[in-house]
Design a binder for this molecule. Structure first.
Ligand code: FE2
Length: 201
């Protein structure tokens, strides 16, 4: 007897790694710390004990290459999901510097199709993983008596942070970041991307 599972409405997390991550991350790390120097207070959002920049990277020339890469990755994903052609991809991005002891509360991002994170610098594996919550709210009514979780039975799943890796996921997918238990900062760039129809000129 052949029993075949068929995923319906799967929650996808896409991931990619940049080939030139070492040189690219050196530049990004310098820019990230320079931003914090210029604005030590930053903004308070979901970050606990960490520093977050204002949501302005999309307006800064020095982040043009980062912004382009984020947009290109999201465009490729959108293409794979049959998004309409000729959409405009609007980006918002910000820096997160999470020292030892810092974490990010569970949250999701409204008004965007994709959200994500790009890791610039960290001390794996204790720097804290990003974790995702099962968005199938009704599934919380009944847990499964399993010895080990699967993608179907888990209520939370983690993806490991890695320098040079970008994760992209739907903005509605609840996520948070574990406490950084390493001895180094976890530095990354987070972003939201909205795909809108191009207005006729
Ligand atoms: Fe987030």
């Amino acid at each position: 007897m052949n029993i075949v599972p068929q995923p319906l409405f799967p929650s996808l997390v896409w991931s990619t790694v940049f080939d030139d991550r070492e040189a690219f991350n050196r530049k990004m790390l310098e820019l990230a710390y320079r931003m914090r120097e210029q604005d030590p207070a930053g903004v308070q959002n979901t970050n606990e004990n960490g520093w977050q920049s204002p949501n302005i990277l999309q307006n800064l020339e020095e982040f043009a290459e980062m912004n382009l890469r984020i947009t290109q990755v999201c465009e490729r994903i959108a293409e794979s999901q049959n998004f309409n052609p000729n959409l405009v991809f609007q980006l918002q991005a910000w820096v997160n510097i999470s020292p030892p002891g810092a974490s990010n509360k569970v949250h999701y991002h409204a008004n965007c199709h994709f959200s994500g994170v790009y890791y610039i610098s960290l001390d794996a594996p204790d720097c804290g993983s990003i974790y995702f919550r099962d968005p199938r709210v009704a599934s919380r009514m009944m847990t499964y008596p399993t010895s080990a979780p699967t993608e179907f039975t888990a209520s939370e799943l983690s993806m490991r942070a890695e320098e040079g890796r970008m994760y992209v996921f739907p903005g509605w997918l609840e996520h948070g970041v574990d406490v950084n238990r390493s001895k180094s900062d976890r530095v990354g760039i987070s972003f939201n991307v909205l795909a809108s129809p191009r207005l006729a000129s």
